[in-house]
Design a protein around this ligand. Sequence first.
Ligand code: THU
Length: 135
Amino acid sequence: MTIDQEMKDRLIQQALAARSWSYSPYSHYAVGAALLTRSGKVYDGVNVENAAFPTTICAERVAVFKAVSEGERDFTAIAVVTENGGSPCGSCRQVLAEFGLDTLVLIADGEGRQTAEYPLRALLPDAFTPDKLIH
Ligand code: THU
């Protein structure tokens, strides 16, 4: 499913707004995400850090887990906003890949300017996907 530029901009704005809720007292690297489902809903997420550093979770995974825990598994696009237009980490790419490689990943900076866009399959070539396990 393709989305128009207006929808892309709305997703980026939602990720930008969510980013203000980032809990990132250690890295000071605030991340906001907004995930669009095929049904038209948007789930946002922020990174939530922890004094026990490895238990930190990224914004993208928070958004995916919020959606999945409400019964949503079909994703069209995800916008990710960081100060410097950072790209999703490998773990988040893998979690997104579980639900489809066609999800469009929109990357934007702290001003909400889109800096890049990729289908997930371009960010995770030769992905390990559920069809490898489910027969
Ligand atoms: N982070 C995300 O939220 N998403 C990513 O894809 C990359 C990293 C967070 C985790 C941590 O709170 C901070 O950014 C620095 O790594």
